[in-house]
Design a binder for this molecule. Structure first.
Ligand SMILES: NC(=O)c1ccc[n+]([C@@H]2O[C@H](COP(=O)([O-])OP(=O)(O)OC[C@H]3O[C@@H](n4cnc5c(N)ncnc54)[C@H](O)[C@@H]3O)[C@@H](O)[C@H]2O)c1
Length: 274
């Protein structure tokens, strides 16, 4: 069911690779809620993925940009404002990549060149997106910028590796930049911390199935799906959350507050009477 929550709003959505991408679900829901937006991704992902297919389906222009490249972001903003007919109201940063994870490097054997690239792609790109938007003044007052995170920023999760540092930095950028953007331009900046979700990015995390099942059994409401996450992002882009900023907001079925659930005790054969 749609509520016209984003009627008249213009946006930019980064990171829709294929149907499993969280950004894909956000794009579908933003479209259903009346928004117009451009889609962006790195050229290689546009070539091998399905971003163009989504663009055709939702009547959204696809503009290639590497989110670590300043010129690409400037060009994306210029073109988006031009194509959409005015300044932007919302941006989704749905971008992550871990080179060490991809290469199978363990956390106590990291390659630092790769780690620095991981941080650039998965966290510093968020700062670049915000800083360039502010300098170019492309976001309207009460606009909203959201990046996707994971609880691996706060807790140690086996297999999440250097992405823990990337997410901690991403969330910190939302707090710091949220202050400057809110003070000077009334723009909101938040991160949304999502449950494990089966996507291309998560498929490279070793033992991801286990992470998924564990949190699903721990969370009283079960894991949040890509669609659940997208619904939450839509509320953050809407005018209903105008005073929410500089937050890391969990959409995780309650996982982040839990210590032990009956389902997990059952799964591990722990008796309540012992
Ligand atoms: N899948 C999960 O379990 C999960 C859980 C919590 C948070 N997240 C976060 O959600 C976001 C989206 O991931 P996803 O799971 O939908 O996977 P995904 O693989 O569908 O999306 C990741 C996207 O990042 C893009 N990307 C990579 N390098 C880029 C660059 N230099 N510039 C621009 N784009 C680039 C990829 O092309 C891809 O579209 C990520 O930030 C991820 O960490 C995912």
């Amino acid at each position: 069911m749609a509520y016209n929550l984003l009627k008249g709003k213009r946006g930019i959505i980064f990171g829709a690779l294929d149907e499993s991408s969280i950004a894909w679900k956000v794009a579908e829901k933003a479209h259903a809620e009346g928004a117009i937006f451009t889609l962006s991704n790195v050229p290689v992902s546009i070539r091998i993925g399905k971003t163009n297919e989504l663009g055709t389906k939702l009547n959204s222009k696809v503009i290639a940009a590497d989110a670590t490249n300043i010129q690409d972001i400037e060009n994306l903003y210029k073109e988006s404002v031009n194509v959409l007919g005015g300044k932007i109201d919302f941006i989704l940063h749905s971008i992550a990549m871990s080179l060490n994870v991809r290469k199978g490097r363990k956390y106590d054997d990291l390659d630092y060149e790769m780690m620095s690239k991981t941080l650039d792609i998965s966290a510093i790109s968020f700062h670049k997106i915000l800083q360039i938007a502010k300098k170019m003044d492309v976001i309207n007052e009460w606009g909203s910028v959201v990046a996707l995170s994971y609880i691996g920023a706060q807790r140690t999760m086996n297999g999440y590796n250097e992405m823990s540092q990337a997410k901690a930095m991403l969330e910190s950028i939302a707090r710091s930049f949220g202050y400057f953007y809110g003070r000077d331009k009334k723009v909101r900046v938040n991160t949304v911390s999502q449950s494990p979700t089966f996507t291309k990015a998560s498929s490279s995390v070793k033992g991801f199935d286990g992470m998924y099942n564990y949190s699903d059994k721990m969370a009283p409401l079960g894991n949040s799906s890509g669609e659940d996450c997208a619904d939450y992002c839509i509320t953050l882009f809407s005018d209903l959350t105008k005073k929410v900023t500089m937050q890391n907001l969990y959409v995780d079925g309650g996982f982040s507050t839990m210590g032990m659930s009956m389902e997990l005790m059952d799964a591990y054969g722990i008796s309540l009477d012992s």
